[in-house]
Design a binder for this molecule. Sequence first.
Ligand code: ZN
Length: 223
Amino acid sequence: MYWILFISIALISWLVSYSLERKFKRYQQVLLPLTGHDIAVRMLRENGIDDVQVTCIPGQLTDHYNPATKTVNLSEAVYQGANIAAAAVAAHECGHALQHATAYAPLRMRSALVPVVAFASNWVMWILLIGMLVINTFPHLMLFGIILFAMTTLFSFITLPVEVNASQRAVAWLRSTGITDNHTTEMASDALRSAAYTYVVAALSSLATLIYYILIFLGGNRR
Ligand SMILES: [Zn+2]
């Protein structure tokens, strides 16, 4: 019966990314006098952050803040775009820079898990696969894989408050500066809410997979 859950999650995940893409296309049509780059530079400066650089990177939806290099990395469409969608994303990434500057606790917890998650992303599938094969002789390997996988699940859940908080900071700042009015603030917040749903689906999907492995482990161990 578990496959029904996985198919549902895949379907929901597809719907969420489809709706996100449509919303971004729509809000890219609502023009602003400032580009994503201008907005990022201004938001950082007005919040007293002068050691973070704003750079342009290739790709679509590749926008992110890198705490290691202190850079707000914006994709070309956001960096050069002068519209609501670009403004929302640029301000959201600066929201992460603000979290970093103010030592926002969930971001610190998330950063602490990064090395574990980096290790897990390379090895966890192999460990679980081999663990399943040797479950009767050496169950500890699968147990180790499950603990490792649980860390990645925890990571995807800690990501949720970090993302929501960055969006709240973004929307509040855009509104306070008058860059967006009541109408366009709602658009920015709608675009960011859509983006947050992708993280919710990813976290739930990770949790479902974790439970699935735990059930296999309990079943295999009983034999
Ligand atoms: Zn984010």
